[in-house]
Every structure is written in structure tokens, then in C-alpha cells.
Design a protein around this ligand. Structure first.
Ligand code: SF4
Ligand code: SF4
Ligand code: FES
Length: 404
């Protein structure tokens, strides 16, 4: 049986002592979970190790921790998988410690939330507060139907991905925007917001979108770092839900927010249409209506120190800033023409994938994957597709509004 070295980050804020690494050898199989190892240490060696857990089946969302630098559920992460993370990055958390090599697993509390003790973080102080912020319940339309309110199948499939959230906080743990702006509403709460914005029974789609667009820590505060997509053990893809909220706010409801998020997104499109590739130095002024727009002047002035640093570090060159050619290739123009020619925005829910029918038993004659899976197949191939609950098929949802 392999032997793993478990290094647990211990910290008790009330003790007044600094955090430290507590190292233990555990004899467990590779397919045991990290939670098994933590509980073994707690049960057999040191009963004071602080860890929160309940279901041990990736359902309750209470055992979120960071394992070798990546957040996730301790009960849903095999020991070999956690240890392999170190191999993949070449980072050895046990450098200098005993028992280094490939079988060391460092377990830390999740980030962006205060530590209560050891591996237990204060979810109330951050995560749940943000969930409350987005009015996490349905505000029903009137009149309420006498019997059940039947939701069209495609709408139900559309919100299924967000409904898979188990509120573990792994996405919050590694959100880069939240690290810079702790007031950011955050990935889990915004994914929750989409759950109601995508639900036809809810009466306040516009109000929800307007509120989150106008909030300077809201919809447009996400920097598309993908960390939440990577972290989520349930494939909720919070960043994708945020982008869908933005499309609904900007394209469907034409909400021009005071944070300039809507105009900034349109400036991206305009910039690429004109230049072929994103030309960053024009982006700021474009976002404020162009270089000569009165709104752009204070923004350009305030960005001068950043531009000077970028020039000094070679990230920008004056030649490219001033003399670049505004010329997109014919291919880029053609792509824009195709997009402009569409009257309907088609959004594929790339999460709910599967086969239209049961795969044929006979060898070599499997049913072809449906549209969504075909689309999803452009994603990295090493990730197994997620299969829906029986009877749920892949769907696409569309909006009648034109895409920006
Ligand atoms: S993509 Fe946005 S919401 Fe997700 S972790 Fe990054 S900044 Fe946060
Ligand atoms: S979106 Fe995913 S990572 Fe975030 S709280 Fe929900 S299940 Fe956890
Ligand atoms: S113990 Fe419930 S999700 Fe891990």
C-alpha cells in the first residue's frame, strides 16, 4: 500500500500563534480520498485537527479545502490525484521536508474566506453573505397558476447547470477578482443569480440584471480568469453563467450600466472588427466613446501611470501604439458579416451533454453524439463528458435579440 505524507495547515486564530504545517504519514490506497486521510489522522493521531465534513459523497459541499494548491472537495479527490497535481506543475510542496517526492499532499483551508480553525473557513462571512446578496429565491409572476407552473423543457435544461451547485465555495476560494476586490459578488453568487434569470417563472429578470450591472462589484467585475471553472467540482462553470448574465443584460435588456461594462464589451467587438486582433491601447478610449469623447479624457489621464509602467517594462511600444495599422483581414471581416447576418442568438448549453438514444450494443455502431456534445468536443479531450440525469438531453437556448 502506498504511503502518503499529509501536510495539514494548522492555525488557530485564538491562540495567537502563527500557522504551521503538521506532517503525518498515512497508509492508505491511492483511491482513498484526501478526506479519508485527514479523518484517519484526526481519529488515530490528533483529535484536534479541524475539518468540516458530512456526506463524504460530494453532495453536502462542506469539505472544501485546497489540496496541493487547487481547491476542491476533500471527499471527492483521490490521494493519487491530489499528489499528481504536484507532478504536473513540477512544484514540490514538501521541498526540504521529510518524505518529499511524489506522495506529498498539502491540505490548506480555502482562500478568500477567514479561517475559523485549521481547515475550517467562515463561509457565513463571505460565501453565504454573497449568496444572500443576489436574492436567491424565485419571485413568482402573478397570477400564480392554480396547479403547477410548468417550465418549458429547454428552460429547465438551461438552468440545470447552475442548479448543480452544492455551495462548497471552491470557486470563491480561488477567484482572482475577489482577491483584489473582496466586495465582488463572486462566482457562486452570480451563478445562483443566473439560476433565476434563466427561469421563466421569475418576475424580476430585468431588476436582477439591472441591479447586478449597476453594482460596481457586480457583473462586470469578473476578469475572466477561468479559475472558478477549473475549481468547481460540479461543472457549474460560474464564469460561463456570468457571461450569460452579461449577454442577457446587454443584448436582451440593453442595460447600459454606469460602470461602463456594457460599453467596454462593445468596444472589444469594435476593436477586433477594426484591427483583426485586439489592440489594447485603443480599448480604453473606445470604451468611453473614442479618444476625443469628453468622458474618455479623465480615464486616459488616470491611466497614464499604468501606461508609463507598461512602456518601461516593454509590454507596450510607442511605435505600435501610435503607428499600428487599423486593418482586419478579409477572414475576420467575413466572420463579422456572418455574425451580423444572424437574427437570433444561439447559445449552447455545453454542460448537459449525452447521447440522443442509448448507445447501440453492436460494436462500432454507437449513436452519434448530439449537437452540444459535438460542440463540447472542441474542449480539451482529456475531460470526460458529464452525462445528464436519465431523460435529460442536450439543448440549445436562443434569444430573439441580436448579439452585440
Ligand atoms: S472567471 Fe471571474 S468569477 Fe471566475 S474566478 Fe475568475 S474573476 Fe472570479
Ligand atoms: S459553483 Fe461549483 S465551486 Fe462554486 S460553490 Fe457551486 S459547486 Fe462549489
Ligand atoms: S463531505 Fe459532503 S461534499 Fe465532501
Amino acid at each position: 500500500m502506498p504511503e502518503y505524507t499529509l501536510r495539514i495547515r494548522r492555525y488557530d486564530p485564538q491562540s495567537g500563534e502563527a500557522a504551521y504545517w503538521d506532517e503525518h504519514k498515512v497508509d492508505l490506497g491511492a483511491s482513498n480520498s484526501v478526506l479519508d486521510a485527514i479523518l484517519k489522522v484526526r481519529d488515530e493521531v490528533d483529535g484536534s485537527v479541524g475539518i468540516r465534513c458530512s456526506c463524504q459523497q460530494a453532495i453536502c459541499g462542506s469539505c472544501g479545502v485546497r489540496m496541493n494548491g487547487k481547491p476542491g472537495l476533500a471527499c471527492n479527490t483521490h490521494l493519487d490525484e491530489a499528489a499528481a497535481r504536484m507532478h504536473a506543475t513540477g512544484w514540490n510542496p514538501a521541498q526540504g521536508g521529510e518524505g518529499g517526492g511524489g506522495d506529498v499532499i498539502e491540505v490548506e483551508p480555502m482562500g478568500n474566506m477567514p479561517v475559523i480553525r485549521d481547515l475550517i473557513v467562515d463561509m457565513d462571512a463571505v460565501h453565504w453573505k454573497k449568496i444572500q446578496r443576489v436574492t436567491p429565491y424565485l419571485i413568482n409572476k402573478e397570477p400564480v397558476p392554480e396547479r403547477e407552473y410548468i417550465v418549458p423543457h429547454e428552460n429547465m435544461v438551461d438552468v440545470t447547470q447552475t442548479m448543480a451547485c452544492i455551495q462548497c465555495g471552491a470557486c470563491v476560494s480561488d477567484c482572482l477578482s475577489m482577491e483584489i476586490d473582496p466586495l465582488f459578488v463572486g462566482p457562486a453568487a452570480l451563478a445562483k443569480a443566473y439560476r433565476f434569470v434563466g427561469d421563466p417563472r421569475d418576475a424580476e429578470h430585468y431588476e436582477r440584471l439591472k441591479d447586478l450591472s449597476e453594482d460596481e462589484h457586480g457583473l462586470y467585475d469578473c476578469t475572466h480568469c477561468f479559475n472558478c471553472i477549473d475549481a468547481c467540482p460540479k461543472d457549474v462553470a460560474p464564469m460561463s453563467q456570468i457571461m450569460r448574465l452579461r449577454r442577457k443584460a446587454g443584448s436582451d435588456h440593453e442595460i447600459e450600466d454606469r460602470n461602463n461594462g456594457y460599453r467596454h464589451e462593445h468596444a472589444f467587438v469594435k476593436n477586433v472588427r477594426r484591427n483583426g486582433l485586439l489592440h489594447e491601447s485603443d480599448l480604453l478610449s473606445d470604451s468611453y466613446g473614442g479618444k476625443f469623447h469628453p468622458r474618455a479624457a479623465p480615464e486616459l489621464l488616470s491611466s497614464l501611470p499604468t501606461a508609463a509602467t507598461a512602456l518601461a517594462r516593454g509590454k507596450m511600444s510607442l511605435g505600435k501604439v501610435l503607428l499600428h495599422q487599423h486593418k482586419a483581414s478579409k477572414e475576420v471581416k467575413k466572420l463579422f458579416d456572418v455574425i451580423d447576418g444572424q437574427t437570433e442568438r444561439v447559445e449552447l448549453n455545453l454542460w448537459v451533454v449525452g447521447y440522443e438514444d442509448e448507445p447501440d450494443e453492436s460494436p462500432g455502431e454507437q449513436s452519434p453524439p448530439n449537437v452540444a456534445e459535438a460542440e463540447a468536443s472542441t474542449a480539451p479531450q482529456d475531460k470526460s463528458p458529464t452525462f445528464p440525469a436519465p431523460g435529460v438531453q442536450a439543448q440549445s437556448s436562443s434569444s430573439e435579440s441580436e448579439k452585440p
